[in-house]
Design a protein around this ligand. Structure first.
Ligand code: NOJ
Length: 535
């Protein structure tokens, strides 16, 4: 096993719209990120992953790109990007850029050209245009955001969009598309990017003939156990073999990380075979309930499946598409990925109880060997923002489902930095593109820094110990423990998490870190501890 940095890195996701706003327009920007990078460094993360900041009409918060090789003026300039990379590297942080290859914006010059061109023209071949069946679209596919995945153009043809109508899917059998993305990779690599998080990495290639597909009832975006004709087709892997070769031309260990929402780790592991990508998000782990047996099974499967292909396992609990884990793990009702929660949802948990669980889950995750992903604001213990007024919502999911699904705005609210500043220090003017809940002053970074027991200090302690004790490159050995708990050893640390609802006896050993107060030799419910293991 080699020791490239990404095998054990802690990667901190920055969502540029909501991290820090230097311009004061209410939307975060690259200069804002650069000014707050020390926070990420002092937290103890190794890498920042920047969600998209390329030129975009922002119909899907930047995941609708109209120029892959420039910065949207909302976020700054290419000069700001260069300055951010320079600052990050100076601080010893690496930078991963988000790349969106499945679809472009409908404002991309190629799509505009396609609309102006005739059916059957070369310009249309870069996207997926088809004839329909009379007034019906070419097949029955539904958009991940709700509604049909096809939109009709003036001359009667339809184009495919697995997401919003403003996000037409590329045709990846087209050589021009393939070449253009190679150029885009080189563009950001030349500017110092350390790698890419690849959006919808399971979607680029569609099954021949575009056959109908009906997902099982209540399925999330992954569909069911049956193969889905637009996810995980064999041909996608050729694209990443090609990209692997492009990255290998560059110095340093540059990485590709797959966002491949496939239902099992065995399937996800296909993206990280030796000549493909380097990492893939572990969505089986992210979607697990707070349940000891289920989590143990996923951890075992992950270490085995990724291990078999020589890749590190990754771990993740939150990102900009899911309900924040400091709420989600205590939710009472079913909330499929991307559906979100809002004022009308049932089973919204008590905030303190849910945070307790969220902290325990983090303490468990950060002790696991491999690479871990953090999402901005989880280190502050932020809950999902539930009470966003309808007229402030921005997620296309909300609009495409006529308000039936709340979507993802609740995990994207701008960060609170200073309890007493306008917009809690997010922007100097007090403007924010989504409203911040009134209670968020208590989560502000300055209200937690240096405060024993705060969530921020818990994350810092865990990340420091993880580094000092090399847990990321360690290995896991399960220990016997009571039902409803998990206990394992990684190097010289013993970890125990109590996912049951009653206290259990605590193993021997000095407590190095605890997700909640532990008195005596009992581990309370919804708590995880790290103990010094005996040699
Ligand atoms: C996955 C991204 O994480 C999500 O935010 C986006 O809406 C879709 N892909 C479409 O690009």
């Amino acid at each position: 096993m080699t020791n490239e940095w990404w095998r054990s890195a802690v990667i901190y996701q920055v969502y540029p719209r909501s991290f820090a706003d230097a311009s004061g327009d209410g939307v975060g920007d690259l200069a804002g990120i650069a000014s707050r990078l020390e926070h990420v460094r002092s937290l103890g993360a190794d890498v920042v992953w920047l969600s998209p900041f390329m030129t975009s009409p922002q119909k899907d918060a930047g995941y609708d790109v109209s120029d892959y090789r420039d910065v949207d003026p909302l976020f700054g300039t290419l000069g700001d990007f260069d300055a951010l990379v320079a600052r990050a590297h100076e601080l010893g942080l690496r930078v991963i850029v988000d790349l969106v290859p499945n679809h472009s914006s409908d404002q991309h010059p190629w799509f505009q050209e396609a609309l102006a061109a005739d059916p059957g023209s070369a310009a249309r071949d870069r996207y997926i245009f088809r004839e329909g069946h009379g007034d019906r679209p070419p097949n029955n596919w539904q958009s991940v955001f709700g509604g049909p995945a096809w939109t009709r153009v003036a001359d009667g043809q339809w184009y495919l969009h697995l997401f919003d109508a403003s996000q037409p899917d590329f045709d990846w059998s087209n050589d021009e598309v393939r070449q253009d993305f190679r150029d885009t990779l080189r563009f950001w690599l030349d500017r110092g990017a350390d790698g890419f998080r690849v959006d919808v990495a399971h979607g680029l290639v569609k099954a021949d003939g575009l056959p109908d597909y009906t997902p099982p009832e209540n399925a999330d975006s992954m569909g069911g156990a049956e193969p889905v004709p637009y996810w995980g087709q064999d041909g996608v892997h050729d694209v990443y073999r090609d990209w692997h070769a492009v990255l290998a031309e560059y110095e340093g260990d540059r990485v590709l990380c797959a966002e491949a929402w496939m239902p099992t780790v065995e399937e996800i592991a296909k993206w990280v075979r030796p000549d493909e990508m380097h990492q893939a998000f572990n969505f089986a782990y992210l979607t697990s309930d707070w349940n000891a047996a289920e989590l143990r099974g996923i951890i075992d499967d992950s270490l085995a499946a990724f291990g078999r292909v020589g890749a590190p396992s990754t771990w993740v609990l939150s990102n900009h598409d899911v309900i924040r884990h400091a709420t989600r793990l205590a939710l009472g009702d079913e909330s499929p990925q991307g559906h979100g929660i809002g004022p009308g949802s049932k089973g919204i948990p008590d905030t303190a109880f849910a945070l307790r669980r969220g902290r325990a889950a983090t303490a468990l995750m950060l002790a696991l060997p491999g690479s871990a992903y953090l999402y901005q604001g989880e280190e502050l213990g932020l809950p999902e923002a539930v009470d966003i007024p309808d007229d402030a919502r921005q997620d296309p999911t909300w609009f495409r489902t006529g308000g039936e699904r709340y979507g993802r705005d609740g995990c994207r609210v701008p960060l609170p930095w200073e309890a007493d500043a306008p917009a809690y220090g997010f922007s100097t003017t007090g403007r924010t593109w989504l409203p911040q809940p009134e209670s968020w002053g208590s989560y502000a970074r300055d209200a937690q820094a240096g405060v024993a027991g705060s969530t921020l200090e818990l994350y810092r302690t865990l990340l420091r110990l993880r580094r000092e004790r090399a847990l990321g490159t360690g290995s896991l050995e399960w220990l016997d423990s009571p039902a409803g708990t998990l206990a394992f050893r990684n190097g010289d640390v013993t970890v125990m998490a109590n996912l049951a609802d009653a206290p259990v006896p605590l193993p021997e050993g000095e407590i190095l870190a605890a997700s909640a107060e532990v008195t005596g030799r009992e581990l309370p419910a919804d708590t995880a501890v790290w103990l010094a293991a005996r040699a």
